[in-house]
Design a protein around this ligand. Structure first.
Ligand code: FAD
Length: 897
């Protein structure tokens, strides 16, 4: 009998307590629970929804404080699953109030007749997986317990208010309110002395309205927050026009966007814009009154780079100073302790201006912490405040609070979720947990959830879950469970994603820092709504990758594996390139390939400013060679790095690795001289190698003229350029100089052998392909010459070479020959360090400002160069250098002697 034909029914459990039998139990009747119920019912699953609240609404049932509103525009903050529903409801404002949103959810519940399957006033206390019956048993505090095949927690990310951590709350004789549990009856604050503790989103919304009523309002602030004017009013005509012009297209764009709201991707980075241009963009965004706009539309690096972010933060602090008349209050309200956006910024209506009112006092808890709440008010380390009312706007135990409040949730083998999550939430896709079959979480930790327009994320999760349940039923499966491997892979991907954004740099409720004793770590998925959706779709299309499914009459199915092994931004770049359907470079001929590379490079960020860029020529063996010199902005002289660009001995020039040279010049504090060596097929082997050597010699001899430090130079290169750098070191050793202090080899070509594992595994799909490498080799070097150490340095003598830093990337055909070269250097007694970059491809580190996860690796390269040059290390410890999660720890291979 298919599960769906089992009608909701009650039965007597052995304990004598009534047990309600259903296919699916959903906990929570907010946006998520309501949509789930609608879909599950349509799919024919007998479903019950349980909610502690006495009506639908979730967040909007509980948060009734003055000023409570959404802060994603209501045109976006609505269900999108039914176009008829969309046309049946019109929002009255750009940002709807709590009562209006609650009315909307009531309207939805009525329209789809949802209430008849919802048990209100019913809290789920415990949940236990019954292994034999393959069902969850939910213990409730009101009425029948529930036995269900599938247990879906739609319990909300922000639904467990955080209890105040201040001594004496119970002693206070006045009125106490919590923004997250505001009374249903009207609260009269007129003429009263009111305190608000907390300046997160709720506090910032409530404070201006409370100030209008209270005789005096004292705001106790621990951490100032960035707030932006909402400019509320009617829904902006441009957004409405966009939506109404193409509703389906608009919604689809939202689903594939980064934050669940359709705004275009910014490409200009902050340092490409003048001060005036940045200010103009900022003023426009400030006037727009839209969080997603200001978080995404200023410049591309604002959310990923501390410097790009600091520019926005500074402009907002200027606004605060302009609005708040008392400089001391303005200073206290100005956030300096977190990047803008790393903590949830707020939308406000007159928030900062409220502090200009004579009846409002700001208490900076960083300077005078609260000592106690007494019977009559609040005492800080400096003074006492007599109060009639205290409002706690202290936020939520976010993301995990409501899940963990069902305690215990006992999974397979009697294991409680609390022990599995003792070090922080572990999930697969933020939807499931290994060891907890048939349990799903909607917008759980590990999914975009609170970093998105949550309605888009809720609908995506609910659709994904219901589609899986339906497919399982059709295939005869009764259990689904994430595998440990898939879950561990997701944790790694989450960690990789969190190096992309600045959320990791702030102590916030995103990281659990607001709850004492809570495990710390970025909980929401920071890779974006669209990429996340693509991943969930891919899990499904690859035979439910990472899930084990069982059923009574079907063989077990387990397609184990990790869904994302590439670094998140590398994955995005590869997907983007795949969409562009670019021609195969080797099919273009040398001239066509060069034109293609020039065009391709023109579309990338040019690279950050350095002290000076100088073009020149140097005498090569057969005539002048062009070079481009990048000088640091610091006072010289600086050590010199002679750099050889990539391009398979065929493509590129002294400018083609410009962003990399600029970045490394800045990070290392050294001069980079990028050499325009000659190319094949016009100049075949050994021209590139000989040009490289000749150029290095000339640079060493003219170091002082170039502004360099006299003494040994360093060499560096990428790909074929790293081949030239490695060969140059061998030639310099054998030909009596110049002295070389160290070599940085990034994805080097070291050997004309094509049967190593990496050549096979990464033959296609990762930008540098095996066919392309064959083409390069054929153009540069005849088969007879390929064992010559001037093109296969691995075959040369390696003793006596300068210390080396060898970088290899996991998904690169050249990976294993790079690793082999590092090993061989070690055996030859050369001091060598390796950076094996996990999840990276051949082009990762040179795609500066595109592949953000390459930052940490380049910081390590710069450190190595400084070490080779005998410089102190501190310069290289820029952003990302200390948090390198995307590469293996350095394998320091000491010299043999
Ligand atoms: C003041 C405020 C403003 C917000 N504004 C926005 C916004 O502008 N944009 C945005 O994207 N998001 C916003 N959010 C986030 C908001 O939580 C989500 O947008 C959305 O409402 C979440 O819906 P949900 O159904 O997932 O969870 P919720 O709405 O939180 O519903 C969860 C329900 O589960 C019930 N529940 C939990 N545990 C149990 C249990 N053990 N037993 C029984 N019932 C239980 C709760 O009572 C609650 O009713 C805001 C949140 C707050 C607090």
């Amino acid at each position: 009998m298919p599960e769906a034909t089992v009608a909701t029914r009650a039965s007597e459990a052995t304990s004598g307590r009534t047990v309600q039998q259903v296919d699916v139990a959903v906990v929570g009747a907010g946006f998520a629970g309501l949509y789930l119920l609608h879909r599950l019912r349509k799919a024919g699953f007998a479903t019950v929804v349980l909610d502690e609240a006495n009506d639908v609404g979730g967040t909007w049932y509980w948060n009734r404080y003055p000023g409570a509103r959404c802060d994603i525009q209501t045109v976006d903050y609505s269900y999108t699953f039914d176009p008829e529903l969309e046309s049946a409801w019109t929002w009255s404002e750009k940002y709807a109030t709590q009562p209006e949103i609650l009315r909307y959810l009531g309207f939805v519940a009525d329209r789809y007749d949802l209430r008849r399957d919802i048990r209100f006033g019913t809290r789920v206390k415990e949940a236990t997986w019954d292994e034999a019956a393959e069902r969850w048993l939910l213990a409730t505090d009101n009425g029948a317990n529930v036995s269900c095949r599938f247990y879906i927690m739609a319990t909300g990310c922000l639904s467990a208010p955080k209890p105040p951590e201040i001594a004496g709350v119970g002693d206070f004789r006045g009125e106490v309110y919590f923004t997250g549990r505001w009374p249903h009856q009207e609260v009269n604050l007129v003429g009263k002395r009111v305190a608000v503790i907390g300046t997160g989103s709720s506090g910032i919304q409530a404070i201006p309205l409370i100030a209008e009523q209270a005789a005096h309002l004292t705001v106790f602030q621990r951490t100032p927050n960035f707030a932006l004017p909402a400019h509320n009013g009617p829904a902006p005509s441009d957004r409405v026009a966009m939506l109404e012009g193409n509703r389906a297209g608009y919604r689809e764009q939202a689903r594939w966007s980064l934050a669940g709201v359709p705004w275009p991707q910014q490409t200009a980075v902050s340092w490409q814009l003048s001060d005036a241009e940045r200010r103009e963009r900022f003023e426009k965004a400030w006037a727009t009154g839209d969080l997603v706009c200001i978080l995404t539309q200023l410049w591309a690096d604002q959310g990923v780079d501390v410097d790009g972010n600091a520019l926005v933060a500074q402009l907002i602090r200027e606004k605060i100073r302009a609005i708040v008349t008392d400089p001391e209050t303005a200073a206290a309200l100005s956030p300096y302790d977190h990047p803008f956006g790393a903590k949830r910024p707020c939308l406000d209506t007159n928030y900062y201006a409220t502090y200009n009112r004579p009846n409002v006092t700001l208490v900076n808890l960083r300077q005078e912490p609260i000592k106690a709440i007494t019977a009559f008010g609040i005492t800080t380390s400096k003074r006492s405040f007599d109060l009639d009312v205290i409002v706690f706007a202290t936020g939520f135990d976010a993301m995990t609070g409501a899940i963990m409040a069902v305690h215990p949730i006992t999974g397979r083998g009697g294991k409680p979720l609390s022990s599995v999550w003792a070090e922080g939430p572990q999930t697969y896709l933020g939807l499931t947990v290994a060891g907890f079959p048939n349990l799903f979480m909607i917008t759980g930790p590990g999914s975009p959830s609170v970093l998105s327009n949550m309605i888009v994320s809720i609908e995506q999760h609910a659709d994904w879950v219901v589609d899986r349940l339906t497919a399982m039923r059709e295939a005869g499966f009764t259990t689904i469970e994430a595998t440990e491997r898939a879950q561990a892979g997701w944790a790694q991907h989450m960690a990789d994603c969190s190096t992309l954004t600045l959320h990791r740099l702030a102590n916030t409720w995103y990281t659990g820092a607001n709850v004492p004793g809570k495990a710390q770590g970025v909980m929401p998925y920071t890779g974006g709504v669209g990429p996340y959706r693509a991943i969930c779709n891919e899990v499904a299309s690859r035979g439910l990758l990472g899930f084990k499914l069982t059923g009574p009459n079907v063989p077990e199915q387990c397609n184990d594996g990790e869904i994302v092994r590439l670094q998140p931004d590398v994955r995005l770049v590869l997907n983007m390139l795949a969409d562009m359907k670019l021609p195969e470079i080797e099919s273009l001929g040398a001239a066509g390939a060069r034109a293609f590379v020039t065009m391709f490079n023109a579309g990338r960020p040019a690279g950050r400013p350095v002290g000076e860029v100088v073009d020149g020529t140097l005498p090569g063996t057969d005539g002048p060679l062009r070079y481009r010199l990048y000088r640091p902005a610091t006072a010289g002289p600086h050590p010199i790095v002679v750099y050889f660009h990539g391009g398979g001995w065929v493509l590129g020039d002294e400018q083609s690795d410009e962003p990399f040279c600029r970045d490394m010049c800045r990070r290392s504090g050294m001069i980079f001289v990028s050499v325009g060596y000659r190319h094949a097929p016009e100049h075949r082997f050994p021209t590139a190698a000989e040009d490289g050597y000749a150029a290095t010699r000339w640079v060493a001899e003219h170091a002082a003229e170039l502004g360099g430090t006299p003494g040994p130079v360093l060499v560096a290169g990428w790909s074929a350029g790293a081949n030239i750098a490695a060969v140059t070191c061998q030639l310099a050793r054998d030909r009596g100089g110049p002295p070389i202090a160290g070599q940085l080899l990034l994805c080097p070509v070291t050997d004309a052998t094509f049967d190593r594992r990496s050549y096979i595994d990464n033959a296609t799909g990762y930008f540098l392909t095996r066919p392309l490498m064959y083409w390069f080799w054929d153009l540069y070097c005849s088969p007879a010459d390929r064992t010559d150490p001037r093109v296969s340095p691995l075959r040369g003598k390696l003793e006596g070479l300068p210390p080396a830093f060898v970088v290899t990337c996991e998904f690169d055909p050249l990976r294993d020959e790079g690793v082999a070269y590092a090993e061989a250097l070690r055996v030859a007694g050369v001091p060598v360090e390796q950076l094996k970059a996990r999840g990276h491809i051949h082009t990762s580190f040179t795609m500066v400002d595109v592949v953000i996860t390459g930052v940490a690796g380049r910081a390590r390269m710069a450190d190595a160069l400084r070490r080779f040059a005998g410089l102190p290390q501190d310069m290289g410890k820029r952003e990302g250098a200390g948090s390198d999660r995307n590469a293996s720890p350095p394998e320091a291979i000491a010299a043999a002697e």
